[in-house]
Design a binder for this molecule. Structure first.
Ligand code: FUL
Length: 477
C-alpha cells in the first residue's frame, strides 16, 4: 500500500503536474495510479459462466453434477474478439459463482471442470480465458464468489476462510497479472444454518501481496465501490470520494447506504470511485428464453451515459451460452455499441477553438483556458486559490449545432466541482443549456440540439479552486 505522501507524489508525477510552477495543491483524498488507470478504461466486460448455463438457473445449488458442464464449442477467443470490437478494455470472469463450481482445476475441490466431460476433464477454462485476453490485448479480472453452496466447510468460518484463500491464491499466482478482483457480498446460510464470517482483511491482504497493481471491488471497496444497483445507473451526483464508515464490509448495505453508493460523499475521507455493473440480458447467466431480450444499441448507449457519463465505469455482463459462445445477437450488439459511440464522439466542435475565462491562475499560460480545448486531459484551466466559482467561455468561430457536452476534471489533483451550468449566448443574453452537479473524471450531458457560436461553462461551487481539463461539444449523430 502507498502512504498518503507516496501516493500523492506518485499521482503528481504520473499526471505530469509536479513540474508546473504555481500548480494548485492537490485536494485529498486522491486516486492511486491504479484507480486512475482503472477509470480511464471506461468500459469493461463481465462474463458470468458456470453450470447455470446448463440448468437454466441464476443461482446454482451447489449440488449439480459436474458432468452437466460440457460447452462443446467453447472459444474464449470469440469472447475476447467481441470484447475488443466493442471497445472493452478488461474482461472479468466468474471463476467460481455461488454454486462453487470452479472453472479451473482447483486442487482444493472436486467440484470443477476436472470432473466434467469438457476437454475430457483436462481443461482449464480460466487459462483459456486469460490467454484469449492476452491475445487481444485485454486486461484480466476475476470474480471468485465467497458464498459457496457446494463446499462442505462453508459456514465453519476459519476453515472455509482457509479454503477460500487457497483458491484465491491459485487464481492470484497461476495466471499472470490481474487488474481487478471482484467481490460479491452475498453470504447465504451454510449447512445447518451456520453463518459464515468472511475474513475480508485477509482476502485483501492476500491480493495486495500477489497482485499489488489490481484494484479490489466490493460494496465497501477498498479501491472501487459498487454503485448500489444492477440497473446500470450511477448517481447524477457522483463523487469518487466516500465515507468509509457508511459501509464497512461487502454485503452490509442498507437503503441509506445504497443511496450513498450511488452518489458518493462530498469530502468523503477515501477515494473509492463507483463501478456500474449491469447485464446485457435480464439475467446474469444465459437462458435460451432471454435470447430475444438482449438490450438494444440505444439502451446500451443510455447505459454508457448513465455510467461513464456520470463519473463511473460501465461493467457490462455478457453471458456465454451452453455451447460456450456469446450468442450472435450479443456479439453484434457489442460491435454496434462501439460503432455508435465512435460516430457520436468523432467530431468535437470545441477542439482547438478560442477560449477565455474570468481569470487565469497567476496569469500563467500553464493554466490558460485554451487547455480545456487542447484534447489533452493532462492540461487544465485553473483560477487562483480561494476562487470556487467562475467561468470559461468558448468561441466556436461560427455557429455550430450540438447536443452533447463532455466535461472533465484532472482527478489526480482531487475531485472538486460540486455544481455547474452550461450556457449559450443568444443575442447577447446567456441562456441555460444544462445544469449539473459533480464532474469528476468525465461528465456527459445530452440536451435538445443548440445552435450557437459562443458557450460558457459556469462553475457555481467547488471544494477548492476548480480545475477543468476538457470541455467538448458533439452533435450526437
Ligand atoms: C450478485 C450475484 O448474486 C449475482 O448472481 C451476480 O453475480 C451479481 C453480479 O452479483 O450479487
Amino acid at each position: 500500500m502507498f502512504s498518503m505522501g507516496a501516493s500523492l507524489m506518485f499521482s503528481l508525477s504520473l499526471a505530469g503536474f509536479g513540474a508546473v510552477e504555481g500548480a494548485p495543491w492537490p485536494v485529498p483524498p486522491l486516486p492511486t495510479p491504479q484507480q486512475i488507470a482503472w477509470q480511464a478504461m471506461e468500459t469493461n466486460l463481465f462474463i458470468h459462466f458456470t453450470v447455470n448455463a446448463f440448468t437454466d438457473k441464476e443461482w446454482g445449488e451447489g449440488t449439480e453434477n459436474p458432468k452437466i458442464f460440457n460447452p462443446t464449442k467453447l472459444d474464449a477467443g470469440q469472447w475476447a474478439r467481441a470484447a475488443k470490437a466493442g471497445g472493452f478494455k478488461t474482461m472479468i470472469l466468474t471463476a467460481k459463482h455461488h454454486d462453487g463450481f470452479c472453472l479451473w482445476p482447483s486442487k482444493y475441490t472436486e467440484h470443477s471442470v476436472k470432473n466434467s466431460p469438457w476437454r475430457d476433464g483436462k481443461g482449464d477454462l480460466v487459462r483459456e480465458f486469460v490467454e484469449a485476453c492476452r491475445a487481444e490485448g485485454l486486461n484480466v479480472g476475476f470474480y471468485l464468489s465467497p458464498w459457496d453452496r457446494h463446499e462442505p466447510s462453508y459456514g465453519d468460518s476459519p476453515k472455509y476462510n482457509d479454503h477460500y484463500c487457497n483458491q484465491l491464491t491459485e487464481l492470484m499466482t497461476q495466471y499472470g497479472p490481474v487488474v481487478e478482483v471482484w467481490f460479491d457480498g452475498a453470504c447465504g446460510e451454510g449447512p445447518n444454518g451456520k453463518k459464515q464470517e468472511y475474513d475480508w482483511a485477509r482476502y485483501i491482504a492476500l491480493i495486495r501481496r500477489y497482485q499489488p497493481q489490481a484494484v479490489i471491488f466490493s460494496d465497501a471497496g477498498p479501491d472501487v465501490r459498487w454503485i448500489g444497483n444492477e440497473s446500470g445507473s450511477a448517481g447524477e451526483t457522483c463523487w469518487s470520494t466516500m465515507d468509509p464508515f457508511a459501509i464497512t464490509a461487502a454485503g452490509k448495505t442498507t437503503d441509506a447506504t445504497i443511496k450513498l453508493l450511488g452518489t458518493g460523499v462530498r469530502g468523503g475521507a477515501v477515494w473509492r470511485p463507483g463501478e456500474t455493473d449491469v447485464s446485457i440480458r435480464p439475467g446474469w447467466f444465459w437462458h435460451a428464453k432471454e435470447d430475444a431480450k438482449v438490450r438494444s444499441v440505444d439502451n446500451l448507449i443510455d447505459l454508457y451515459f448513465q455510467s461513464v457519463g456520470r463519473n463511473s465505469l460501465l461493467l457490462l455482463n455478457v453471458p456465454p451460452n451452453s455451447d460456450g459462445l456469446f450468442s450472435d445477437t450479443d456479439v453484434q450488439r457489442l460491435a454496434e455499441f462501439r460503432q455508435r459511440l465512435d460516430a457520436m464522439f468523432q467530431n468535437d466542435f470545441a477542439l482547438g477553438k478560442a477560449a477565455s475565462a474570468i481569470s487565469t491562475r497567476g496569469k500563467s499560460a500553464a493554466f490558460a483556458p485554451a487547455n480545456v480545448l487542447d484534447g489533452n486531459p493532462g492540461t487544465y484551466w485553473a483560477m487562483d486559490d480561494g476562487q470556487v466559482d467562475g467561468w470559461v467561455e468558448i468561441d466556436l468561430g461560427a455557429p455550430a449545432t450540438f447536443s452533447i457536452s463532455c466535461l472533465q476534471e484532472p482527478i489526480a489533483l482531487g475531485q472538486r466541482v460540486a455544481s455547474y451550468r452550461l450556457e449559450w449566448l443568444d443575442d447577447n443574453i446567456w441562456k441555460l443549456i444544462v445544469r449539473g452537479t459533480t464532474i469528476g473524471y468525465k461528465k456527459l450531458d445530452r440536451f435538445k440540439p443548440v445552435t450557437a457560436r459562443k458557450i460558457r461553462l459556469v462553475i457555481e461551487d467547488a471544494r477548492a479552486c476548480p480545475l477543468i481539463s476538457a470541455v467538448s461539444l458533439y452533435d450526437g449523430k
